[in-house]
Design a protein around this ligand. Structure first.
Ligand SMILES: O=C(O)C1=C[C@@H](OP(=O)(O)O)[C@@H](O)[C@H](O)C1
Ligand SMILES: C=C(OP(=O)(O)O)C(=O)O
Length: 434
């Protein structure tokens, strides 16, 4: 792992935002389940996407990569092949999406699937699946002890499913990919509040593009899923990633003139909400010919924001609120605890080291604005890409340089983050105690 020393310096310029990780996962899986050839264009090979590509290959999909320039690849995917082996190993690495999408999908293939992974993945919740596997008498053996070590075998049955809406939307996506391929019809009832709902809309949108029809009644949180459907090959271009754009849009709100390029204005990505959050803090959206930018004369803060629908943007939003004048409360953040790190704790601890006034109260972040951050200290990424990138943006409002531990954790979702940071004028060097 690499520690980086980052100079306290503003950023300026334009950044080509990488293609969406969430949409790429979904398109690769749908194409890999479809008969015939699909092109999935404009994909960034982050560690998580690499894990999904390899998972689909182990289920028989043929995937060819072509360099597409600007650190992207195009994928040609031939799916619909039976898995060649009687059992298979899927390394989900640290990707919650890959693991939770693939567990039910793997049940469609004969034989055992052994999932392995690292980092915190082995301790992130899987109980909703364990319950379903146990109820249906299917094989489910979770020997994870730190590292993920899970074996599953047996085909899920069509029928009436229930999932809690507030653990992870990734379980819902996993079942929505799988149930249409079963012999009979199914229903999926969500109980309690449905959080991260934007990700479910992305799932339904991609499924529709690959020929899968699901009826969702939002009023009663119920999905009606016809069985015996088939995925149809489709060509799809992945749009820019609002979760990654959030770092540079927040940088804009903090006084760095950064234009973010390659975002779809009419995107369904839930993390597009970052723009409204920043407007609520007092910032302004500037739409230019070549992209968008956020600017702020003064960040007033003093508002209450609900973070339950877009967990991935909260660490960098919290940083921005730390530099807004009033008291800002960001609420309903329980699910931040079960990500690559406990992001509630990590955000509070690391920003406090930099001189911010931020507290965790229950599932909320309570923030009193300060004029500047101090810096001049070591901060930890908690081996979490989104904490590392948030701290990189924090350096732009510090008085002195900071050292970010395990800064290379960005490769999980944004392997070229530090190159882009440098192109915008960021300065860093490897920091070696030895
Ligand atoms: O479906 C997806 O692509 C994702 C769903 C979200 O997880 P939860 O539903 O667990 O909040 C999000 O945090 C994750 O980064 C990506
Ligand atoms: C939580 C994330 O991803 P995943 O759940 O797929 O590991 C993330 O990208 O911030």
């Amino acid at each position: 792992m690499t520690d980086l020393q980052i100079q306290a310096k503003p950023l300026a310029g334009a950044v080509h935002i990488p293609p969406s990780k969430s949409l790429a996962h979904r398109a690769i899986i749908a194409a890999g389940l479809a008969q015939g050839e699909s092109q999935v264009l404009n994909v960034q090979l982050s560690d998580d996407i690499q894990a999904t590509i390899e998972a689909m290959q182990s289920l028989g999909a043929e995937i060819k990569l072509t360099e597409a320039g600007d650190q992207r690849v195009d994928l040609s995917i031939r799916g619909g092949h039976p898995s060649k082996s009687a059992s298979r190993l899927i390394d989900a690495n640290e990707s919650g999406s890959t693991l939770r999408f693939m567990i039910p999908i793997a049940s469609l293939f004969p034989g055992q699937t052994h999932f392995v992974g690292r980092g915190k993945l082995g301790s992130r919740p899987l109980d909703p699946y364990e319950k379903i596997y146990n109820e249906q008498g299917l094989y489910y053996e979770n020997l994870s002890d730190g590292a993920l070590d899970l074996k599953v075998e047996g085909k899920l049955q069509a029928g009436a499913y229930q999932l809690a809406g507030n653990i992870s939307s990734q379980f819902i996506t996993g079942l929505l990919y799988t149930l249409p391929l079963l012999e009979g019809d199914s229903t999926l009832q969500i109980t309690g509040p449905l959080e991260s709902v934007g990700y479910i809309h992305l799932t339904l949108d991609i499924l529709a593009k690959y020929g899968i029809d699901i009826d969702y009644r939002a009023e009663d949180q119920c999905f009606q899923i016809k069985g015996k459907q088939t995925y149809q090959a489709n060509d799809y271009r992945v749009e820019g990633d609002y979760s990654q754009a959030a770092f540079f849009l927040c940088a804009g709100a903090l006084g760095n003139p950064v234009t973010v390029q390659d975002l779809a204005p009419s995107s369904q990505q839930g993390d597009k909400e970052i723009i409204s959050f920043l407007q609520a803090l007092g910032a302004e959206l500037v739409v230019q010919d070549d992209g968008i930018r956020i600017q702020a004369k003064v960040l007033e803060g003093g508002c209450e924001l609900d973070g339950s629908q877009c967990p991935d943007v909260i660490p960098v939003l919290a940083l921005t609120a730390c530099l807004a004048k009033g008291e800002t409360q960001i609420k309903n953040l329980a699910r931040l605890r079960i990500k690559e790190s406990d992001r509630l704790k990590a955000t509070q601890e690391e920003l406090s080291k930099l001189g911010a006034k931020i507290q965790v109260q229950g599932d909320n972040l309570i923030i009193q604005g300060v004029d500047q951050l101090k810096g001049a200290c070591r901060v930890s990424s908690h081996k979490d890409h989104r904490i590392a990138m948030m701290l990189a943006i924090a350096s732009t409002v510090c008085q002195e340089a900071i050292i970010i531990e395990d800064a290379d954790s960005v490769s999980k979702s944004y392997p070229h983050f530090w190159e882009d940071f440098k192109k915008l004028g960021g300065e860093y060097r490897e920091w070696n105690l030895g």
